[in-house]
Ligand binder design. Structure first.
Ligand code: ZN
Length: 160
């Protein structure tokens, strides 16, 4: 058995708006996340963790922000792509552990929906997915609600 671990980290800026999209869930908020795509910081960090575990670059390698093609893109596309690389290399996902870093919105009410979205795309049981959230107690850019950060660790395995 070969095991691989990957980590992913992403940040998007908060601007004026009425909702944020986190792991495919549209959450009502008094701000929005800005980015080239739909700025789904959750999916982006999971993608980067998967790419990292496979030593296949990062989300920017596969979907350059300089390309018009990915403007306002639904980040489900990126996660499906990362999943296809996992499949092509015959790995299976052992587990995913994702942590949002933000003061608001409150993530806990949406964890189940997020897990269901991820499970459907990556074709894994929701028992393999963990979604958590923490604040920085008002400190730094997350504390000042200037942006939302997200951190993910994934484990993959493959029969040798
Ligand atoms: Zn991103």
């Amino acid at each position: 058995m070969e095991f691989r671990i990957g980590n992913g980290f992403d940040v998007h800026k908060l601007i004026n708006g009425d909702s944020v999209i986190l792991c495919g869930v549209k959450i009502p908020h008094d701000k929005a996340l800005s980015g080239h795509s739909d700025a789904d910081v959750g999916y982006h960090s999971i993608c980067d963790a998967l790419y990292g575990a496979l030593s296949k670059g990062d989300i920017g390698t596969h979907f350059p922000a300089t390309s018009k093609k990915w403007e306002n893109a639904n980040s489900t596309i990126f996660l499906k792509h990362a999943h296809s690389l996992v499949n092509n290399l015959e790995y299976k996902i052992m587990n995913i552990d994702t942590t949002f870093i933000c003061e608001r919105p409150k993530i806990s009410n949406y964890c189940t929906q997020m897990k269901n979205n991820i499970a459907a795309i990556l074709k894994i049981d929701i028992s393999r997915i963990s979604i958590k959230a923490t604040t920085t107690e008002g400190l730094g850019f997350c504390g000042r609600e200037e942006g939302i950060a997200c951190l993910t660790t994934v484990g993959l395995f493959r029969n040798e």
